[in-house]
Write a protein that binds this ligand. Structure first.
Ligand code: GAL
Length: 697
């Protein structure tokens, strides 16, 4: 890992919308940015109607002035193409480019994302505004990064989308027999005899076709990527030295396969907004950062110098591109982040490899749909807690430049597959509670609480550095994925598989002969029947824990029970099992254990795999993440409790530039980043023998 810029500083700043403010405010903004040590701002994300007020008539003078001001202030610019929000004139001139919902309703302008990315007029207009910006600013000294669009993630069912979907299907399936087989169209008389009969998955009287729904998402992932790539290529042609990115939005509603996209960006950029108010926010933050780091491993090439990219070996870098200064979005209300929480969230990302901390947004707007969204400069102005915390965060980030020499390394690989997450949400699944992201989060949370770091991987990623592979409800598996898991186990790796993993093929067709078809031999079992649970239902497990969401009839074929079901129709039957596989152990969860049980179980699984926590002596509530490399080792300690906490550690506390001689005391809600001296040895212990006994309660 290397830093983004040759001045070594981490990135700090956020979305800046000068188009919403008079010129006098721009000057104050630059002065305040300098006070906060902001060094990168994203400009112009939603400024299309101000950049091109009428078709082909550009008004760029104000942007010239803003970029010059920022440059004079020593602030770099991630210049955005504004294509996530076409102006009203565009929609009126090209009503066919407005998006259509699955029920055939054509949406209107008056918000953002008012386009169909398959509509030729939209794509042409997007290319045109991107080319105009490229021609004018590709060599502007302030511009250090291109930021294409905003949070690609829209779909559409208009005739343009439908035609493009058909073309994509022809390309992917080749002939109708293959498509009919993949979509299992003999079911409910859906057999297609002409490509013209195939449509996007529109609203239907009853359940839609699972294969069609999956392909629709894959099609959109590819179509949106093509829209990004054509802008990227224009921008790169204007100045090959400038890196290009686009900010990812997370969530299973997003029809984007982020891992695949990473190969097309120079920097993986993610936006993250936790939704939990309690400690869940910290856990969600850690997961988002681990996901981003995993995607960055698929990234192409280059770190950037102040004026451009320099080829480097190793994975592409990633950056937290948006986060909220003082707000957690929950259902129905927003929650103000408590003092210190903004810094903890930011540093949790930096600890996990982010090249800095960026925010949406610099200054809170007086009007518009997001008028009450938090900002580094709130409505009340700079004489505020939030701005003071922003200034302090800027100081801290400046002190942490050296950590970019370290990489996060983990011995646990947590698998995630976007399409599996989409498929679990499809109608006709045995439970509406199935949620791939929630399963990923539950496994990640258990590891996080037990103090183990993990890398998020996608099927096919190299696994040689991992002792343990976890598959949390990774529902789809083709032969390649099944072979990938098998090879890990055959190489002596440990495995934990949770329910519904490997049950279906990439089109959602069930692997027959007993679940989970792709892995039952490795796991030494066969699942005969599902028993999904109601939202408020639990099953009791031996050992004192409970299971939620799901339960199953498991037959052992070589595996041994670790926990059994207690009571009900599954009384005495296996709930959690393990199976000796050469040098490793393959564990199976036929239910979602409660958090305490999951954590205890994963601690045992990790211990069996010979792993140790990142910082075994960290007290509960203190998160520990290590970045290490040839030049040293840096331990991030984040105290998420409301009491001071002591952690045994030796080195230098970089944030206060003070030696830590054996112990560091973290203030309540505080953070320390320790340059460890001497650097510790790897967190892997000798593999203990498998005991064969059930886990203690
Ligand atoms: C992001 C988006 C920003 C802003 C923010 C609000 O998803 O990119 O433009 O809307 O959410 O949290």
């Amino acid at each position: 890992m290397v830093g983004m810029w040759d001045d070594g500083r981490l990135c700090y700043g956020g979305d800046y919308n000068p188009e919403q403010w008079p010129a006098a405010t721009w000057r104050e903004d630059v002065a305040l940015m300098r006070r906060a040590r902001v060094n990168l701002v994203t400009v112009g994300v939603f400024a299309w109607s101000r950049l091109e007020p009428a078709p082909g008539r550009y008004d760029l003078g104000w942007l010239d002035e803003v970029l010059d001001l920022l440059h004079d202030g020593g602030i770099r610019v991630a210049l955005a193409t504004p294509t996530a929000s076409p102006p009203p004139w565009f929609s009126l001139a090209h009503p066919d480019a407005l998006p259509v919902t699955a029920d055939g309703v054509r949406l209107h302008h008056g918000s953002r994302d008012t386009y169909c990315a398959a509509a030729p007029a939209y794509r042409a207009a997007a290319r045109s505004i991107a080319a105009t910006l490229a021609a004018r600013y590709a060599h502007h000294p302030a511009v250090a990064l291109w930021h294409v669009h905003n949070e690609y993630g829209t779909t559409c069912h208009c005739p343009h989308a439908e035609a493009a979907f058909r073309r994509w299907l022809v390309e992917h399936h080749g002939d109708l027999d293959t498509l009919n087989a993949a979509w299992a169209t003999s079911f409910w008389s859906q057999h297609y005899t002409d490509w013209a009969y195939v449509s996007t998955p529109r609203a239907t009287q009853y359940l839609g076709n699972p294969g069609q729904l999956l392909d629709f998402r894959r099609f959109w992932s590819d179509t949106l990527l093509a829209a990004y790539v054509e802008q990227r290529d224009l921008l790169t042609a204007a100045n090959p030295a400038l890196p290009v990115t686009t900010n990812y939005v997370l969530g299973d509603w997003v029809p984007v396969d982020h891992a695949r996209w990473a190969a097309e960006v120079d920097l993986v950029a993610v936006d993250h907004y936790p939704s939990a108010v309690d400690g869940g926010a910290e856990e969600q933050t850690a997961l988002a950062a681990d996901l981003a780091r995993g995607w960055a491993r698929h990234g192409r090439r280059r770190a950037t110098t102040r004026r451009g990219p320099a080829p480097v070996d190793g994975p592409a870098t990633w950056l937290l591109m948006e986060s909220a200064a003082s707000q957690i979005h929950t259902t129905g209300r927003s929650h103000t982040k408590e003092p210190g929480r903004m810094a903890r969230h930011s540093l949790s990302h930096v600890a996990r490899g982010s090249q800095g901390a960026m925010f949406f947004q610099w200054r809170a707007p007086a009007g518009g749909a997001e008028r009450f969204h938090s900002a580094l400069v709130p409505h009340t102005g700079p004489d505020t807690r939030v701005f003071r915390e922003a200034v302090r965060l800027g100081e801290h980030l400046d002190r942490l430049a050296e950590v970019t020499a370290g990489e996060v390394t983990a011995s646990v690989a947590l698998a995630f597959d976007a399409a599996s997450g989409w498929a679990l949400r499809h109608p006709g699944m045995p439970s509406t509670l199935l949620d791939g992201h929630a399963e990923l989060a539950a496994a990640h949370r258990a590891l996080w609480r037990a103090g183990y770091g993990c890398d998020v991987v996608v099927p096919g990623d190299p696994l040689d550095r991992y002792r343990l592979l976890v598959l949390p409800a990774v529902y789809l598996a083709d032969d390649a994925t099944a072979g990938w898991v098998r090879a890990h186990v055959e190489a002596g790796g440990h495995l934990l598989v949770s329910y519904l993993s490997g049950v279906a093929d990439p089109y959602g067709r069930v692997h027959l002969g007993g679940y989970p078809g792709a892995y039952r031999d490795l796991l030494g079992l066969r699942v005969e029947e599902f028993h999904p649970l109601a939202a408020d239902e639990q099953v009791l497990l031996s050992g004192g824990g409970t299971g939620q969401i799901w339960s199953e009839t498991v037959h052992l074929c070589g595996a041994e029970p670790v926990y059994t079901y207690v009571g009900g129709v599954l009384d005495g039957r296996p709930a959690v099992t393990r199976h000796r596989t050469g040098d490793g152990t393959a564990w199976y969860l036929s239910t979602r254990p409660d958090d305490r049980t999951y954590r205890r179980l994963l601690t045992e699984v990790a211990r069996t795999a010979g792993l140790a926590p990142v910082c075994p002596d960290a007290p509960p509530g203190v998160e520990a993440v290590r970045r290490a490399g040839e030049q040293g080792s840096w331990l991030f300690l984040l105290n998420h409790t409301d009491r001071p906490q002591r952690v045994p550690v030796t080195g230098v506390d970089l944030l206060i530039d003070t030696p830590a001689d054996g112990t560091v005391v973290l203030p309540a809600g505080g953070v320390a980043v320790i340059r460890e001296e001497p650097a510790p040895t790897a967190s892997v212990t000798a593999t203990p023998p498998m005991t064969g006994r059930p886990l203690p309660a």
